[in-house]
Every structure is written in C-alpha cells, then in structure tokens.
Design a protein around this ligand. Structure first.
Ligand SMILES: [Zn+2]
Length: 250
C-alpha cells in the first residue's frame, strides 16, 4: 500500500468532509492514479483547483501520484494571472458566457437582466450541461459537485451561496464582471438579444394602458417577446442599483 499526503488550502476545504478540513490528509492507495482523479476522489472538483505542488514542484493534472508524495492543492486566486505557467486552470475566456444547472433559475434570470449570455433550461440533463459547457466554452455554474467533476467540464464553478441575491454578487465577484454589466439588453425568458422596435408595429401586442403612456419598446430577436419600461421596470432597476452599489461600498 502506498501513501500520499494532501494539504488542501483555503476555499478548497469547503469541499472536504468535516474530518478532512484544514488537516493533513494521509491517503492510502494501491492503483496508479492521476493527481486529478485522486483530488476528486477526496471530494474537490477539478475546476476549483488553481495550483498543485508536489514535493516542491508544480505539476499538472496528469501527474501520476507516487508513494510518499507531499501534495499541496491551492484554490483559485490572483496568482494564476501573475504566474499563468504553473496554473492547472485553462486559458481565461475572452468572452464570459454561462450555462446553468436546473436549480439556478433565479440566478440565470439575474445574469440575463445584467446582460450576460446565459443558457438555462429546466430540462437540461447533466450530460447535456457538460457538453454545452465544453463545446461552447461556457462557464458551468452549479451547486452539484458531481457535475463539476465530469471530465468534459473545463470551465466550471461551484456556487457557494444558496440565496439568489447573494449568488449573483458571488458570480460577479468571482469573474470580475461588475464593469461588464449592461442591463436590459437580453430577453429574460430566452436569452435572446433585444432590439428597439417601432411602437406602431407592435401596438396590438401590448396592454391598452401601456399604449398611450409609453413610447419606447424593445423586442426579443429570438422569441419576439415585447419589453417596455412598465411597473416591473422600477423593481428591476432597484435590483441593478443594489448590485452596483454593493461593489462601490467595498
Ligand atoms: Zn426571447
């Protein structure tokens, strides 16, 4: 029987069972395994890992663990932008886009409201989510560790908060998105882009009381839904202001 000693740092302890948190984990093994598989067998999804150091050398996910290895595993931090060559994370995406699992419907709506390209359907299966994330280079947001451990998932993030309002702030902070917020640009229902539309051409599709009061309308290019600055608009604007202020207060 061989043994490897793991130290998981910082946030990665979140994924470990109680008796493994913040302590050295002595892991016994018989079969040859990559460090990626061994880290995941202990509970930590690979997309959450930024650096792995074995016996004072940085390694990548394919490293085969050897008897007596002392392994330090580090969470995502600012380090990867300073020394990208030692990070096990994929290249940063030039365009940030998301796909969300079925439990994150409210977060999906919030991301769309703030203008982020966000795929979400309440009937996407896990395999489909992993495939979309892989084939379209979309960040998979989920609270399902098993889903993040799928090998197809390169860009993924485990959303820590359960409260939707805190979830949106968490994701904006994690990916540094505050400067990219562009509200009222996307359809909340289907993620399509909105375009200004002539009032006369859609007059039949909006409630009568709105027709005389408002002049500006937008239409979703994909599902044709019409948007206007109605009563719900103020509530949405308040939400956006709150999000932006939370960043300013920091
Ligand atoms: Zn739409």
């Amino acid at each position: 029987m061989a043994i490897a000693h793991f130290y998981f740092h910082g946030e990665l302890n979140h994924f470990l069972p109680r008796h493994h948190k913040q302590v050295k984990i002595s892991h016994f093994f018989e079969e040859r395994a990559s460090i990626k598989d061994m880290i995941e067998s202990l509970g930590v999804p690979h997309p959450e890992v930024d650096f792995i150091n074995v016996n004072d050398e940085y390694v990548n996910f394919s490293y085969i663990v050897a008897d007596g290895d002392i392994i330090n595993v580090y969470p995502i931090s600012g380090m990867s932008t300073i020394i990208p060559s030692i990070s096990v994370m994929p290249e940063p995406l030039s365009i940030i886009r998301f796909v969300l699992d079925i439990h994150l419907g409210k977060l999906a709506t919030s991301l769309r409201l703030l203008g982020f390209d966000t795929l979400y359907r309440n009937d996407y299966e896990d395999e489909k989510l992993a495939q979309i994330s892989y084939s379209q280079a979309r960040i998979l947001l989920t609270r399902d560790k098993g889903l993040l451990m799928r090998s197809l998932v390169t860009y993924g993030y485990y959303v820590r908060n359960t409260n939707p309002q805190q979830q949106i702030l968490e994701v904006l902070q994690r990916y540094d998105l505050f400067k990219l917020i562009s509200p009222f640009k996307r359809c909340l229902r289907c993620n399509g882009l909105l375009e200004p539309v002539d009032k006369q051409s859609i007059i039949e599709q909006v409630p009568e009381k709105v027709r005389s009061l408002l002049y500006e309308f937008q239409r979703c290019q994909d599902c044709d839904r019409i948007y206007w600055k109605g009563s719900h608009y103020e509530r949405l604007q308040q939400f956006i202001d709150k999000v932006l202020n939370s960043q300013r207060d920091k």
